[in-house]
Ligand binder design. Structure first.
Ligand SMILES: *[C@@H]1O[C@H](CO)[C@@H](O)[C@H](O)[C@H]1NC(C)=O
Ligand SMILES: *[C@@H]1O[C@H](CO)[C@@H](O)[C@H](O)[C@H]1NC(C)=O
Ligand SMILES: *[C@@H]1O[C@H](CO)[C@@H](O)[C@H](O)[C@H]1NC(C)=O
Ligand SMILES: *[C@@H]1O[C@H](CO)[C@@H](O)[C@H](O)[C@H]1NC(C)=O
Ligand SMILES: *[C@@H]1O[C@H](CO)[C@@H](O)[C@H](O)[C@H]1NC(C)=O
Ligand SMILES: *[C@@H]1O[C@H](CO)[C@@H](O)[C@H](O)[C@H]1NC(C)=O
Length: 740
């Protein structure tokens, strides 16, 4: 429990020296200590250090924190007393309310979170070992950084390995020291690992933008990095190969990892041919929670990846902060864009030109407007702001092309499919990005104006943006192409414009002429959404060490939210209502996930039965099981105890069973149904009474087609909700009927 309160000794306030008159003495109470009677002086120093670090993350420096703290409670009571301004105290209390999962789960203390990714930048402050106790004894991993680089692992970053023989086999050439190290030369792995479990780091910013305290979902967890991804060799090569990924899983299981964050994927294939699915199965079998990204192939339907039911599969949505850089047209119109690029050199109106208009000889308008490589004529673009269209080639490449053509700046307008999704990019030239509707107006202004002019304002961070969250257009979508009876993704989490630690060996734009490096950077993708869920899984693991990966997955899914911060149903990037094929059960709500009331638990045998149910024979299931497995007769995967319900092929009616386990106080839960349009759904029994923890009760859900269905097979969406008035255990229902 954490609470921040004014130490109510009025005398103290009165006795304060005038210079401190606006500061008051506050107690930041963090609960009890778990160290026993034989506490060492090192333990005590560590506790004091952790108090300094915590306060430093709010005040901006360790010096300020040390000056402010006048007591550290180190032996039985955990907390400290400090002289703080009211505002500072309110910030501490506000960020860390005492009832939050963060606080109850001690910030993920001593859970081990690892990722399979591009490695780690060990010097990042997000992975500093300062203030951490001895490495948990269950840890069996190693640190493979070259000894010449010194001891780069520490009590926070407790392990780092690399596996590249699969990649090397494809490359067909020996790999040099850039590859034979867990050091991240890309930034992706550092970013995802720090999002899951990076320390509190004050003063984190990207080239001065977005200054604040960075922290991961489980900031007191220990971390390990398994590097299995390497720079692309050419257009057709991969970055991460199954052989290396499976080796990473194998090592992580043996090393004692608790949560694995897997921000990688490829087109979905059958589980038996998918190294990530097989590796993840064995991890989950060993009690590890495996969180994976849904993929960035949206908005195409059926594009979701990592669809096996033992993954927590994560889609990406926006958050309520933006980096706003406006476009002002000379006619007075103003449009709100998004950017992390530097401002224009001069405070004046610049001539605007459509990239199609600025095209080089022999280049089509279609290619030029996308600002593809070598499509612009510098005689036409020089000194102007070029207006490009989003789509096809990478956003940052468009900026590079505009710069090559001598443009002073770039306005990047969304195409229809990217709609309202704005990404804050640090382009190599002054630039901003506009949504689809605003972009259309700018293009029409260019077309209909004699001497079109405009400017881009300097980016500013803006909070409490509405509506948020909404789905990123790039986030991969259901239905699940491998097993449509399992709804995927499972959940959505922030994945647009996420700031986290970065590799300092590379420029964030990866544009060759860009020599900038930064310890923190903003990235977008389901890769960024995945570790948010990994961080929450780490907290749940600390709080409920006895929960299975299936129980943690259920707690996260059934407590998710499907409305945005205006109270309306969450939207897609194209402003249409989003569906469970985009967000699964909804947007993650960590504080609800800690106390879900009931869970749809899953055992290893449930997963094996699932494999039997999709037609794997005993030999194949035996490979997953590690021993002969006796498949049940005619196991129906509709009855797999998933926390969501998907019936992709319903001709008349079906009965689906599920089993709920009580993980909260005794209570009676009543079922509420919102039937998918065109279907009727009933539950039996519709009251479930639980008397003790661990008690399990089954129910049956009947889904019936109403009358004659229309000709088209379209998915319809509904929901099942169990509630005792305090807990809300919600499952999406997805149904489709075949053409008739
Ligand atoms: C890409 O690189 C790999 C490994 O060097 C090579 O086998 C393959 O032919 C290359 N493909 C192309 C299209 O260049
Ligand atoms: C390692 O090889 C890559 C690819 O061939 C090359 O780009 C890089 O400069 C090399 N690094 C070192 C340290 O030699
Ligand atoms: C970021 O904030 C910290 C603490 O408030 C401050 O000391 C620092 O100067 C700021 N840095 C930038 C680049 O604004
Ligand atoms: C596009 O952005 C503008 C802000 O410049 C906003 O007013 C408008 O509502 C957005 N378009 C849609 C359809 O949301
Ligand atoms: C500026 O021009 C655009 C495009 O022609 C138009 O939609 C907009 O209303 C104009 N703004 C003002 C303030 O007249
Ligand atoms: C199981 O299926 C595999 C792959 O189709 C096949 O090779 C194998 O012979 C089958 N085993 C049995 C016992 O039917």
């Amino acid at each position: 429990m954490l609470s921040v309160f004014l130490s109510l000794l009025i005398l103290f306030g009165v006795l304060q020296q005038p210079a401190l008159a606006f500061k008051k003495s506050y107690i930041v109470y963090l609960g009890g200590h778990s160290h026993g009677a034989d506490v060492t002086s090192a333990d005590l120093r560590r506790v004091a250090d952790s108090h300094t670090q915590l306060l430093a993350s709010f005040l901006g420096s360790e010096e300020k924190a040390k000056d402010a703290i006048f007591y550290s409670y180190k032996r039985h009571i955990n907390g400290f007393a400090a002289l703080l301004e009211d505002e500072e105290a309110a910030r501490i209390a506000g960020v860390i309310p005492s009832s939050s999962l963060w606080n109850k789960a001690r910030f993920g203390q001593d859970t081990i979170i690892a990722n399979l990714d591009t490695g780690v930048w060990p010097e990042s402050k997000s992975f500093s070992g300062k203030g951490f106790g001895p490495i948990p004894s269950k840890w069996k991993g190693i640190c493979q950084f070259d000894h010449k680089e010194g001891p780069l692992c520490n009590r926070k970053l407790i392990g780092a390995r690399y596996y590249n023989k699969g990649y090397a086999a494809y490359a067909g050439v020996p790999l040099n020291s850039t590859y034979n190290t867990p050091r991240d030369v890309d930034g992706h792995g550092t970013h995802t690992l720090s999002t899951a479990a990076g320390n509190f780091v004050a003063g984190a910013n990207v080239f001065g933008f977005g200054n604040g305290t960075a922290k991961g979902g489980s900031p007191r967890a220990r971390v390990a990095a398994y590097r299995v991804c390497y720079p692309k060799m050419n257009e057709s090569s991969g970055e991460c190969y199954d052989a290396d990924i499976m080796k990473g899983f194998d090592a992580a299981i043996a090393d004692g990892v608790g949560v694995l964050s897997v921000s990688l994927g490829s087109d979905s294939v059958d589980y038996i041919n998918d190294g990530t699915a097989i590796g993840a199965f064995h991890a989950v079998k060993n009690g590890i929670v495996v969180v994976a990204s849904a993929g960035n192939s949206g908005p195409t339907p059926g594009s979701v990846e990592n669809v096996a039911p033992w993954f927590i599969t994560v889609g990406a949505s926006t958050l309520d902060r933006k980096f706003q850089a406006n476009v002002q047209l000379k006619n007075g119109s103003i449009f709100q864009g998004m950017s992390l690029s530097k401002p224009l050199p001069e405070d004046k109106m610049y001539t605007l030109i459509s990239a199609a208009e600025a095209r080089a000889a022999d280049v089509s308008e279609e290619d030029a407007i996308l600002c593809k490589e070598k499509t612009l004529d510098s005689k036409k673009a020089k000194g102007k702001i070029v207006v490009c269209l989003r789509g096809e080639n990478a956003r940052l490449e468009k900026g590079e092309e505009a710069l090559r053509a001598g443009a002073a700046g770039m306005i990047l307008c969304n195409d229809e499919s990217s709609g309202n999704e704005l990404i804050a990019d640090a382009h190599i030239l002054p630039a901003t990005q506009l949504n689809y509707t605003d972009g259309l107006i700018v293009f029409s202004y260019l077309k209909n104006t004699k001497n079109p002019q405009g400017l881009i304002t300097e980016p500013k961070s803006v909070l409490n943006v509405k509506p948020a969250p909404f789905m990123a257009s790039f986030s991969s979508r259901g239905p699940n192409a491998i097993t449509p009876a399992i709804l995927k993704p499972d959940i959505t989490a922030p994945g647009v414009n996420i700031m986290a630690a970065y590799s300092e060996s590379t420029s964030p734009t990866e544009v060759p002429s860009d020599k900038r490096t930064t310890p923190f950077y903003i990235e977008s993708g389901t890769s960024m959404a995945c570790p948010h869920v990994s961080g929450v899984a780490g907290l749940l693991k600390t709080l409920h060490p006895d929960w299975s990966p299936g129980a943690i997955r259920s707690a996260i899914m059934t407590t998710a939210r499907t409305r945005d911060n205006t109270g309306s149903p969450m939207k897609d990037a194209d402003y249409q209502k989003a569906t469970p094929f985009m967000y699964g059960s909804g947007h993650i709500r960590p504080n609800r996930a800690m106390n879900p009331g009931l869970v749809y638990d899953l055992t290893v045998n449930d997963y094996l039965d699932f494999l039997c149910g999709i037609g794997y024979n005993s030999t194949m299931v035996g490979q997953f099981a590690g021993a002969y497995y006796d498949c049940p007769n005619n196991y129906n995967i509709l009855n797999f105890n998933n926390p969501s319900i998907s019936v992709p092929d319903l001709t008349r009616s079906v009965v689906v069973t599920r089993k709920l386990k009580n993980v909260g106080k005794p209570g009676t839960y009543a079922a509420r149904i919102r039937s998918p349009p065109g279907y009727s759904v009933t539950v039996k029994p519709n009251l479930l009474k639980f008397e003790k923890i661990g008690e399990e009760k089954s129910f049956k859900l009947s889904i019936k087609v109403n009358g004659r269905r229309g000709a088209k097979s379209v998915f319809q969406f509904g929901e099942l909700l169990w509630s005792d008035g305090k807990h809300y255990v919600r499952s999406p229902i997805v149904v489709a009927s075949p053409n008739q």
